[in-house]
Design a protein around this ligand. Structure first.
Ligand code: ADP
Length: 361
């Protein structure tokens, strides 16, 4: 037997099998609509009728436009005919507004399958989570700022000549100062992430000279790299790069973040290099280091919030595990991709793409 759905042709005739599948489809919670070649409703299951509050007798033959009264749904369906699949999220205005994710898939014969997923509850929970993180970070910020100011003053006080403080106490005050710094950084990154994810932080798109953004980010990291005895190099194409379509400040933030990590995880006397090139309507930027590297199993996970590889190894290095989550969000909002390749003990390469200005509609 090849799988759960394998059928013995003698036990179940083709017809029986079809009616079994039809009844199964009718019992699913997922809304399913079969659209014909002119994007008209050919079949519809019970969940879809319920979700759309449609009249099951009259809905057959109706067009997508008649059902959703939104031309973007029509556009998504046409994109699926062209590309094989497309998704679009919509609010269905009824007695109770529902968020529904529409997933179009090209059918093997002709027309499309449309899957309707009720994501109202999921979106509500996501909103609560974002609001919670946002409120929490706001509440934490004020007392933290006060503690930071106090520890800074304390650090200066004990450093003053003639102040007789045991070395042990001095060290502890310094540690408190460093750790509050990490805490403050974490809270500010949390706020940043929830603002970016919640869509509150709008991106300001314009033509961006990515080469200059790279140079500026490298210069910002120069002092840190010098302190860590790590070399910083840039390799940009001689002919320059075309302008990309993006938010200059946010792209700069991504670069600083990736460069900071690269330097942080590099041994003294090694080199971190940034290169960029253009192909197929996008610019790819690569940040390469000769540092500790990242295990294969962690490579996909490092872009998750709070994910840090081997916490013990990084003790004392600070970091919140949020930097890459923020970077991914920013790059994806630009219509780009971000990923990492690495070999443990030899180094890592982080790459991201941004569309060239004018290359996308
Ligand atoms: P953090 O604030 O901890 O640096 P990030 O989200 O920026 O948070 O990175 C997540 C984790 O990914 C880091 O804690 C580290 O384990 C790993 N990482 C990121 N960049 C590198 C790098 N260049 N080399 C090795 N490990 C890295």
């Amino acid at each position: 037997m090849s799988g759960v759905l394998a059928v013995n042709p003698r036990a179940a005739s083709e017809l029986e099998w079809h009616s079994e599948v039809a009844s199964l489809i009718d019992h699913l919670d997922l809304g399913i609509v079969r659209l014909g070649p002119r994007l008209e409703v050919a079949r519809i299951n019970r969940a879809a009728v319920r979700l759309l509050q449609a009249d099951s007798e009259r809905v057959i033959g109706k067009s997508l436009m008649e059902m959703f009264v939104d031309h973007r749904v029509d556009e998504a369906a046409r994109a699926a005919i062209r590309d094989g699949s497309a998704t679009y999220e919509i609010t269905l205005r009824s007695d109770e507004d529902r968020r529904v994710l529409l997933r179009f898939r090209r059918a093997p014969a002709d027309g499309l399958w449309l899957l309707l997923d009720d994501v109202t509850e999921l979106r509500r929970l996501q909103r609560i989570r974002t609001e919670f993180i946002d409120n929490l970070s706001h509440e934490l910020r004020t007392p933290l700022t006060t503690i930071r100011l106090l520890t800074e003053t304390l650090t200066q006080d004990v450093a003053r000549p003639g102040v007789d403080v045991p070395e042990r106490v001095r060290e502890r005050i310094l540690k408190i100062d460093v750790e509050t710094g990490h805490l403050a950084q974490m809270v500010s990154e949390l706020l940043d992430l929830s603002r970016i994810e919640g869509g509150a932080e709008e991106l300001h798109f314009d033509n961006v000279r990515i080469g200059e953004v790279i140079q500026a980010a490298v210069e910002r990291l120069r002092t840190f790299a010098d302190r860590q005895l790590v070399g910083l190099e840039t390799e940009l194409p001689d002919g320059g790069l075309p302008p990309v379509w993006g938010d200059e400040e946010r792209l700069g933030q991504v670069l600083v973040n990736l460069l900071h990590n690269a330097v942080k995880f590099s041994p003294p006397s090694s080199v971190v290099s940034v290169s960029a090139s253009e192909s197929n309507g996008e610019v790819t930027v690569a940040i390469r280091d000769q540092g500790v590297g990242i295990a294969e199993a962690d490579l996909d996970r490092i872009f998750e919030r709070f994910y840090k590889v081997d916490k013990a190894r990084q003790r004392g290095q600070g970091g919140t595990g949020l930097g890459l989550a923020i970077a991914r969000h920013i790059i994806e909002s630009h219509g780009g991709r971000i990923w990492a390749e690495s070999e443990e003990g030899r180094g890592s390469v982080f790459r991201f793409t941004v569309p060239v200005a004018g290359a996308r509609p």
